[in-house]
Design a protein. Sequence first.
Length: 166
Amino acid sequence: MVLQVLGGEVVVRDLQGGRRIGAPDLFLGPLTTSLEPSEIITEVRFPVMPPGTAFAIEEFARRKGDFAIAAIAAVLVPEGERCRVARLATAGVGPVPVRLREAEAILEERGLGEAAVGAAAEKAAELVEPMSDHNASADYRRHLTGVLTRRAVLKAIKDHQHAATG
């Protein structure tokens, strides 16, 4: 999820050399990556974020330390009520972490007001393709996606405002 939300990549190597794999291409399914059997991850790279970047992670798990039933990472570059950059990514909702680009676009186009945050949270819930398992139904994970997206964005905004005022 963090690799997705920050637009990171991994560097993998084997005896024949190395290659870079972007976040969207790394995970194929639950606990399954695109690495070849002979490859090992040797680096994890993240782009430098601009000063003033706000971030938050919200998750829901049955017990502390369990894998999240649903989690959202939010990275924002606020400019007053505007949002220059918004990135949202999931974990635990579907088989692999995904970016929620259409929900991000709402924040970038409409800003960080209450209505825009609510619309982005609703869009996030629409965008996911949640799985059902013994921990939660797909409908419950979809609901959690909206709730956690709203919480993560609001927390990032609040933490940014608190840091800006000292």
